[in-house]
Design a protein around this ligand. Structure first.
Ligand SMILES: Cc1cc2nc3c(=O)[nH]c(=O)nc-3n(C[C@H](O)[C@H](O)[C@H](O)COP(=O)(O)OP(=O)(O)OC[C@H]3O[C@@H](n4cnc5c(N)ncnc54)[C@H](O)[C@@H]3O)c2cc1C
Length: 500
């Protein structure tokens, strides 16, 4: 067994570790960073382009960020919050492009209008009221609404072709939407980290974490080649292991992980690369979730741009496997059960009937039934044009709740040890899009003194929205930031049209 001491260990080669490492290098270029990735490549799990939907989540099209209250009321607060978080990512990526850290922007981000499409008079009314509220918000200023079939067909004909004449439907559209290849982004960030001196260990699976009396951590690593074990001593450990994070945080023994469990939901997408179909659809079109369906299961018909190739995805369809990682093990779910999370997990199991019904329906759905769901968005869809692909595993957070005993949470949860020497990320949504926001949060919590005394100022130079605490309250800054990041990231429609 060998033993080294480093400033930072990042567990997992996904977008979260890649983002955190890049942020740390900006403020502490002298810190040693060691990355451990159990696979032989980085970005093969959730951050891989084909394992997620690539939506740059900015609440432009996702209705779950602006649900209607029981009394019909609507609030834009959550949608603005998510959009603000995405603007941090846009500004950060734009700065990295300017500095040459990230390469040609179209290799990881492409302009793709974000649309919402609903059917039925009630839903149309809701969508119109949502648009009326949002369009006066600076970050949503470009949002358009239409219930005119001709206009919607001009935006994207596949939604309208062969739809019945008496059907009532409407759509909104924001040109500022994006499609992001988080896998390409991750690879570029990690490659830059390595060029700056970070050590990348592939085929290196972290098995457990042990805290030493001096506050540092022993990280136990099993190397796939030769099945040797090494121990690396670290001052700070970030568990960016995606579905592998829960078990590692449990192994650390920190009390903050008590009461947390994970519930895996697999994602699947229908995909077509038929150029005739792909050519007709340039948008990410989100619909409304089925009753009981978790928010991330909202159906969407998406343009994807991966490795310069365009395709369309529709989904996600849900599946179930007890694996916490796509390439995980059936033991992941049962092996995560502890006396402290059994209660909350049982409570969730006994209360989430709508979700269980939804999942069962998804598991039993035939191929034709799956195609029927697609035809609600694209009436002309032919079975032979579409293949089903397996996406990533989302491990939803189950946690203790003082009132209900246990709740299922669809967002992300950062778990941090009390002394700030270990932190990890559980959950999935809004996910990779808000990696910059989430990782700044980790740094603020784990290094409060350095953050306020010096780091914050450096980050604010690179991410100007941090200076004003956001953009939406500053219409001129919001417009300027959208224009600047569009320019640098090549997101202006003129660029996008030539890219297609
Ligand atoms: C179906 C689906 C659709 C999604 N759609 C979107 C979307 O449209 N937009 C969006 O913003 N987000 C989306 N997400 C969420 C997004 O993909 C994730 O939030 C994000 O990729 C998580 O990044 P990560 O770095 O935490 O995890 P990952 O990318 O999963 O990386 C974790 C890494 O850790 C490694 N690892 C695991 N255990 C160990 C260990 N013990 N030792 C060493 N290495 C280990 C894994 O091999 C993996 O490489 C989606 C997710 C899914 C599953």
């Amino acid at each position: 067994m060998s033993k080294n001491t480093v400033d930072v260990v990042l567990i997992g080669g996904g977008v979260m570790s890649a983002t955190l490492g890049t942020l740390i290098k900006q403020v502490q270029p002298d810190w040693s960073i060691e990355i451990f990735e159990s696979r032989t490549e980085v970005a093969t799990e959730s951050s891989n382009a084909w394992n997620n939907a690539g939506t740059g989540h900015a609440a432009l099209c996702e209705l779950n960020y602006m649900p209607e209250g029981k009394d019909g009321s609507l609030s834009a607060a959550k949608a603005i919050d998510i959009n603000e978080q995405f603007q941090l990512s846009r500004q950060f990526w734009a700065k990295l492009v300017e500095e040459g850290v990230l390469g040609e922007p179209s290799s990881f981000i492409n302009a793709t209008p974000h649309m919402t499409f609903v059917r039925g008079a009630e839903n149309v009314d809701y969508l119109r009221r949502r648009w009326e509220l949002l369009r006066s918000e600076p970050l949503f200023a470009d949002m358009e609404f239409s219930d005119d079939p001709e206009q919607i067909a001009e935006w994207t004909p596949l939604l309208v072709d062969r739809r019945s004449k008496d059907e009532v439907f409407a759509a909104t559209r924001s040109e500022s939407g994006t499609d992001v290849d988080f896998g390409a982004l991750t690879r570029q960030l990690i490659s830059h980290l390595v060029s700056e001196g970070a050590a990348l260990n592939l085929g290196a699976e972290v098995r457990k974490l042990r805290r030493l009396d001096d506050g540092t951590w022993d990280v136990y690593v099993r190397n796939r080649a030769g099945y040797t074990t090494s121990i690396v001593n670290a001052k700070f450990v970030f568990v960016g292991a995606g579905g592998g994070a829960l078990s590692l945080l449990q192994s650390s023994g920190i009390p903050e992980i008590k009461g947390f469990g994970g519930f895996p939901i697999s994602g699947k997408f229908l995909k077509t690369s038929n150029p005739e179909i792909v050519r007709q659809h340039q948008a990410k079109v989100y619909g409304k979730a089925a009753v009981g369906a978790p928010p991330m299961s909202v159906p969407h018909l998406d343009t994807r741009v991966v490795d310069g190739e365009q395709s369309l995805l529709f989904g996600p369809y849900a599946g179930f496997s007890p694996n916490f990682l796509k390439k995980g093990s059936w033991w992941d779910l049962p092996g995560s059960i502890r006396p402290h999370n059994l209660g909350p997990m049982l409570k969730v199991g006994l209360s989430e009937f709508a979700l269980e019904k939804y999942l069962l329906g998804e598991l039993l759905a035939s191929r034709e039934k799956q195609m029927e769901t697609l035809r609600e968005y694209m009436p002309t869809a032919r079975t032979e044009d579409w293949e089903m692909i397996e996406a990533g595993q989302r491990v939803q957070v189950m946690k203790n709740d003082p009132e209900k005993g246990g709740i299922l949470q669809f967002g992300t949860e950062v778990i941090t040890g009390a002394d700030g020497t270990v932190s990890g990320l559980l959950g999935a949504s809004p996910g990779a899009s808000t990696a910059v926001y989430a990782m700044l949060g980790v740094l603020r919590k784990c290094f409060p003194e350095q953050f306020t005394s010096s780091w914050e100022a450096v980050f604010a130079e690179n991410i100007p929205a941090l200076k004003t605490g956001g953009l939406n309250d500053h219409p001129e800054l919001a417009a300027a930031s959208l224009a600047h990041t569009s320019e640098v990231l090549g997101l202006t429609r003129a660029n996008a049209d030539t890219a297609v």
